[in-house]
Design a protein around this ligand. Structure first.
Ligand SMILES: *Cc1c(COP(=O)(O)O)cnc(C)c1O
Length: 416
């Protein structure tokens, strides 16, 4: 049986960066295609064409949320596939189509620049490419959780074909300077991919304004169904297919399309797009309250101190030794997303104990749980293994309440 919180009588869900619950409007949009409207959208009879129409509408709805054209949206099985396709597609496409030219011209292997704190969908794709004729530079973020554009620039060379830097980090919530990175890439004739899985649906994004050529997103991170996502591919570039087979998705991504998933994803995307301003305002309100409670916690743990003045971000020098810290900068982050370091506490144990109170948070990213490793994200930001292992991620949604934040902090005060 699931643990519920005794005070609220419900689960207190604060792990929206791991996944989100399905919105009612997404489920309702999906239902017809799980039942009577089951036909293959490639079929030319009525119900097939009806399904095709629903997929086309979903494609243009999603395109309009990010300033793209419908023919630039390719449906995938999620964020991981979109990341794999974008990066392998550019690297191998470059290698396959220009490999012989490159060798004849005596140039080196295709080179990719990414950050050291990307999601494993990007990092492990890059690791694989390194074993297959590519060269990869991994740029470290600063202690504030932002990848310095100047560092990226310093790695650009004549063989660089792709820069891939995420829009927002899924563990710290810190938002990267994608517009500057996109501009830099284009100045050098390099393609720019951004893994927007953690950010899309939560903060505004416009692919044209930010010079983004490829962008990955995943429905289950914005209250759509799991196993569905998309890759935006600028129509200016020729990305080779990833899945070979039928002619679906303009011949670039074969396989019968996931009609209910796509329709549900579009409903969730539109809902987030329409409510974005209100959701951000609500999350900022909850975020300020969270910050207040965190300062109060520090004040009570560090007897006689001023609280707020002891609240340091990890980017600053000499933080109060026992103070709870926010990892990464305060201002450039996804609304309501926090990663906090609690000195002397084992984050995994703490998450289990919070879980028994019906409070869901996480120690690092969900995927790291399978490996038992310390967070590569926090270590890339310069935290020690011990500090990384004392850090928990709290990712709120606009459905959370101040009472729930109170309950979390009362529990934390208790264990400290
Ligand atoms: C969740 C996540 C992914 C993977 O997406 P899936 O749809 O779960 O495969 C990739 N990148 C980031 C930043 C994520 O948060």
């Amino acid at each position: 049986m699931a643990c519920i919180n005794k005070t609220t009588g419900r689960i207190i869900y604060m792990d929206n960066a791991a996944t989100t619950p399905l919105y009612d409007e997404a489920l309702e949009a999906m239902m017809p295609y799980l039942k009577g409207g089951f036909a293959n959208p490639a079929a030319i009879y009525d119900i097939g064409q009806e399904a095709a129409g629903a997929v086309a509408a979903a494609r243009s709805d999603i395109a309009s949320t990010l300033g793209a054209r419908p023919n630039e949206i390719y449906f995938t099985s999620g964020g991981t596939e979109a990341d794999n396709w974008a990066i392998k597609g550019v690297a191998l496409g470059e290698y396959l189509s220009h490999g012989s030219h490159r060798r004849a011209a005596g140039t080196d292997r295709p080179h990719i620049i990414t950050s050291a704190f990307e999601h494993h969908a990007v990092l492990n794709t890059c690791k694989w490419l390194e074993k297959n004729e590519c060269r990869v530079s991994y740029v470290n973020p600063s202690a504030d959780g932002i990848v310095p554009v100047s560092e990226i620039e310093s790695h650009i060379c004549k063989d660089t074909v792709l820069i891939s830097v995420m829009l927002a980090n899924n563990e710290t919530g810190t938002i990267q300077s994608v517009r500057e990175i996109g501009t830099l890439a284009h100045e050098h004739g390099i393609l720019f991919h951004t893994d927007a899985v953690a950010a899309y649906g939560h903060i505004p994004v416009n692919v044209k304004e930010s010079n983004i050529d490829l962008m990955s997103a995943s429905a289950h991170k914005f209250n759509g169904p799991k196993g569905t996502g998309f890759l935006y591919v600028s129509e200016e570039i020729k990305l080779p297919p990833f899945m070979h087979g039928g002619a679906q998705e303009q011949g670039r991504r074969a396989g019968t399309v996931n009609v209910p998933g796509i329709v549900g994803m579009a409903a969730a995307a539109v809902s987030h797009h329409n409510d974005m301003e209100a959701d951000i305002a609500r999350l900022n309100e909850l975020g300020s309250y969270f910050f207040e409670r965190l300062s109060g916690l520090n004040a009570s743990v560090l007897k006689g101190s001023e609280g707020l003045s002891d609240m340091k971000v990890s980017g600053e020098k000499e933080p109060g030794k026992d103070a709870v810290r926010i990892n990464g900068c305060i201002d450039k982050r996804l609304p309501g997303s926090f990663n906090i370091m609690i000195p002397g506490v084992n984050a995994e144990e703490l998450t289990v104990r919070l879980g028994m109170e019906g409070i869901c948070v996480s120690a690092g990213a969900a995927c790291a749980t399978y490996q038992g490793d310390s967070s590569h994200v926090l270590k890339a930001m310069g935290l020690t293994k011990k500090e990384a292992d004392s850090s928990i991620r709290i990712s709120l949604s606009s459905a959370n309440t101040m009472q729930e934040i109170d309950i979390l902090f009362e529990f934390l005060r208790g264990i400290l």
